[in-house]
Design a protein around this ligand. Sequence first.
Ligand code: DOR
Length: 463
Amino acid sequence: MPRRFVRMGAAPNCSHHYQRMKTLIKNSQVVLPTGVEAVSVLIEDEKIAAVDVAAQTVADEVVDAAGLHLLPGVIDDQVHFREPGLTHKEDLAHASRACAKGGVTTFLEMPNTKPSATTQALVDQKYAVAAQKSLVNYGFYIGATPDNIKDLKTAQNIPGIKIFIGSSTGDLLVDDQDALERIFAETTLPITAHCEDESTVRANAERLAGTTDVADHSRIRDHEAAMIATRRAFDLAKRHQHRFHLLHVTTGAETELLDDHQGLLTAEACTPHLMFTSDDYQRLGTLIQANPSIKETADRDQLWQALRDNTLQVIATDHAPHTLEEKQQAYPRSPSGMPSIENSLALMLNEVHQGRLALTRVVEAMCDAPARVWDILSKGRIAEGYDADLVLVDLELTRQVRNEDQLSKCGWSPWHGTELTGWPVRTWVLGHEVCRDGRINADRPGRPAQFDHARGGYWATES
Ligand code: DOR
């Protein structure tokens, strides 16, 4: 991978006449693991070389970040970037630019592409494409099927195994108890799942057959469907003593099950379920149709409470773009999912502005916790020796989300017209500036994230 060097003096042939590129970020408020402090941060090549250096430190580039906050880059552990096979909706070049603009420096991508990523070879193909096209760092999950246990047991260099215990976009589904028992018993990689009970969803869909009202989506994929599947997954994890991360929690009741995590269970909330309730169907219709479905105000309030008290550890997006044309089909032909990677950090900073969430909690849930859940090396914190994946944010900047500004290939946002206060303004990936005031610098690709699963996950690492 090419490194970034600065040529020193006029000594043409010797590599030792090159020195590492140094960038000093001074005068910002820095969100450190210990709290927010006014310190200078020195980037050297791809790493954070020092925190709290003198503001006069000599560097090749000095960034005066007065009035801004410096955060670790966001790690989004649940995205659907649609490559290969569904690139009319999204692709790695567009999505990773959207990441750079939104302050997301690492993404972990789901296997429900076309074909589904269910073997090492198929996962490796995604890594190869990302090495060419992704502006930010990346990782790709392997998808479980009822009969790919061999692939799941030998998979390497990946965050973990994704199971759809309940079908969604694509054809991945493992609903059979024996197959689930085997996956939890025989694999060692961390497991994560989409939890909605298939037979409950089918029975509800039959009961409501013929409906064209998108509000029925939340009656078909109802509280019970989520709860049954989540209970089932937690039971498997506990009996097999297998680490398990619950994706996109939507109901208050599921958050209550997380009190008994036994050092094995972690969970996340996603932007759609944190920002919308079933009341919003009237305004936004199928644009906010998602799986699991958007739930009620009481559920949303419980999700926020669970985030504040660390019952939920992670905030992700479940960025799941479809074209506007696809979304505008009448329910139930309309597909589930919506884009949000480009605005997720701004949405959360706006919550900070409104006093609903502390800035330090945003950083824990969007940066530090995903790194710990997935055993990602050297990411998620501003600390010496960590990767220089960084984002400067302006907590006072107010701006509207607009469809025409979206870099995501689908070109629309469910937050179109919404005014948010608190925006990312400058992003570095491995010490390389990838976005400044909305302008993308695409001259160097990101890298695969490194996973060290011997670390043992969230509960085995220190906060
Ligand atoms: O709404 C969703 N859309 N939920 C999922 O689980 C998958 C996603 C997609 O890939 O479209």
